[in-house]
Write a protein that binds this ligand. Structure first.
Ligand SMILES: [Zn+2]
Length: 461
């Protein structure tokens, strides 16, 4: 199957050619941890989780990095508001830890796998300082009044990703006129901190990083100077991603930071822009109180990721009804391979809308094994495990993050099945005990079609 992805940098759909076919590398901008994530924040999480799963299906190894922004002036303001009695750094630690724990629980409930690495900005200050020093040495940045600024006119390629005119870029960046800037477009790499504010020692004095530099630092540290895919919401193209490209390419001298840039479209609610003042602002947490995570995930995948999505009550109701039907159909089934037509639809620039059309046809023809395999590939693996093992007869399982790692369980189950087929019963028993220790119960049987031994599993509760 040939994977094709739409590349924002070239504005075309291209064949995906990994730099190293043995190891695909992807970076996606993650949350700034100061408040509950809203349903708009869930879109890139789910979209790039599906891409991660598809890449893992197609390639032997994938490293997926999604950062955690834990240094930001919005965090400082929230910490001062919520914990006025605490020293600011302690207050910040409380805000970022609680918000990050909430975010991880929310996205796990949406069926998103943990990325390979979730680096924190505050743990990569040394890498940021090194990139800034390189930019100064190469004539792409300058220090002034405790700040370090990126020298935009020094980068002939600046603006190529966003394809905007200078006027549009200035408007988009909400350019701040400051006396220490040589050019209005120059952006902050480092800024001074007061005594009370979080700060780190640097060659330019005690201070803290600007926002954009952290993604250049963390992608470099975990993926290298140039890598395959960089993703995020469409609102990040300018200025954030434009600035990331400028920093990374000017610091390391490669023509590209990432070969493919992917951006998901906006989300609105019942036809309106989501806003607190309109009263249509939904956090993931609030929606999970009323709807299972699988319903939210399916609702998100019905619209192609590059299109704007209209989030409606009705769409969630339809998703619930569809999932109910699929669960009944899959009861007691064996999970099959995802059918080729399904993988092909996903491989066409992650066309989940088309893939769901294939999926509905599988359901209509009664192909429960194919349906289960297809659903598992796009992140409904726990749903499939519950339905196929018959763990859930009626109604929904309560929302809770599983106390086990699904991919580990699947690997151990597969290893045990291989041991059984090889009649190595000592190893098979050892693996069954290891799974039991994880709270996983096994059921051995035979595939009615082929007579081959099969094993299904469910979490004991
Ligand atoms: Zn970023």
């Amino acid at each position: 199957v040939a994977l094709r992805l739409y590349n924002t940098a070239t504005r075309t759909k291209e064949d995906f050619v990994p730099i190293d076919p043995a190891h695909v590398r992807m970076y996606v901008c993650g949350p700034t941890v100061y408040d509950f994530a809203h349903i708009g924040n869930a879109r890139p999480v789910i979209v790039f989780d599906v891409l991660y799963r598809l890449l893992r299906h197609l390639y032997p190894r994938v490293t997926y990095v999604r950062n955690i922004t834990d240094v930001d002036d919005k965090i400082n303001a929230r910490a001062a508001r919520d914990f006025p009695e605490l020293p600011l750094n302690e207050a910040i630690r409380r805000v970022t830890e609680a918000t990050n724990a909430q975010f991880q629980a929310d996205v796990a409930a949406l069926g998103a796998l943990p990325p390979t690495v979730q680096p924190r900005a505050t743990e990569h200050i040394a890498e940021m300082i090194e990139i800034i020093a390189r930019l100064i040495a190469r004539g792409h940045a300058y220090a002034a009044e405790g700040h370090v600024l990126f020298d935009v006119p020094s980068d002939a390629d600046y603006g190529k990703l966003a394809r905007r005119s200078l006027d549009e870029m200035q408007a988009g960046a909400r350019v701040e006129v400051a006396p220490y800037k040589r050019d209005a477009m120059d952006f902050v790499l480092w800024k001074p901190s007061t005594e009370e504010e979080p700060g780190w020692d640097s060659p330019w004095g005690r201070g803290r990083p600007g926002w954009h530099i952290e993604c250049s630092a963390m992608s470099w540290r975990h993926l290298g100077e140039t890598f395959d895919i960089h993703g995020g919401g469409i609102d990040l193209v300018f200025p954030h991603h434009e600035n990331e490209v400028a920093q990374t390419t000017c610091a390391f001298g490669h023509p590209r930071m990432a070969n493919v840039w992917m951006h998901n479209g906006f989300l609105q609610v019942e036809g309106e822009k989501m806003s607190k003042s309109l009263g249509n602002f939904y956090t993931i947490r609030e929606l999970l109180d009323d709807w299972p995570g699988d319903v939210l995930r399916l609702t998100m995948l019905k619209t192609h990721y590059r299109q704007p999505i209209d989030w409606t009550q009705r769409a969630m109701e339809e998703s619930r009804a569809e999932l109910d039907g699929w669960r009944r159909l899959m009861h007691g089934t064996v999970v099959g391979e995802p059918p080729a037509a399904f993988v092909e639809a996903l491989s066409d620039d992650l066309n989940t809308a088309q893939a769901l059309t294939v999926l509905r046809a599988l359901a209509k023809s009664g192909d429960a094994a194919g349906l289960a395999g297809a659903l598992a590939l796009i992140g409904f693996d726990d749903f499939v495990a519950g339905a196929s093992a018959g763990a859930v007869q009626n109604g929904w399982m309560p929302q809770q993050a599983p106390g086990y790692d699904t991919s580990l369980v699947e690997r151990l189950v597969a290893e045990r099945l291989a041991a059984r087929k090889a009649r190595n019963f000592a190893e098979s028993d050892r693996l069954r005990d290891e799974l039991a220790a994880l709270g996983i119960q096994l059921k051995d049987g035979k595939d009615p079609a082929t007579g081959e031994p099969v094993t299904t599993w469910e979490a004991m509760r």
